[in-house]
Every structure is written in C-alpha cells, then in structure tokens.
Design a protein around this ligand. Sequence first.
Ligand SMILES: [Zn+2]
Length: 70
Amino acid sequence: MCECISKVNADLKQHNTMLVFTLLGNPSRAVVDTMQVETGRGKKKAAAVIATFCPFCGERYEAEPAKAAA
Ligand SMILES: [Zn+2]
C-alpha cells in the first residue's frame, strides 16, 4: 500500500495546492479530473473517474477481484 497521495500533497502544500482524492478507502485513491461535455440545464453532471493504479508509483490500489471458479 503506497502513500504517494499524502507525500505529493505534502509537497504541493507550499503551492497552496492539493490533489483530488477519494475520502473513502485506505489508501486514498487519486481522482482523475473530468468535465462535462455538454453543459446547461438538464444535462448530466460529469461522472467521477477514480484511478485503479497509483499514477505516481504504479501500484494497484486494491487487489484484483477474485476470479470465479472454473
Ligand atoms: Zn503510489
């Protein structure tokens, strides 16, 4: 389990900046920034995209799901 998010946030603090990350789960997972394609009344809001692998060290955040028995 890596601690890249907290390490990078500590470095970014001097720039009054922090990464967007999930509050749920341990470790916190990086959130990929998204934006709406079409804006305006009645349009869906942009969906959240959460990284499966740490973007800094490449470690998988959670073990792969169990495979179904053959
Ligand atoms: Zn990492």
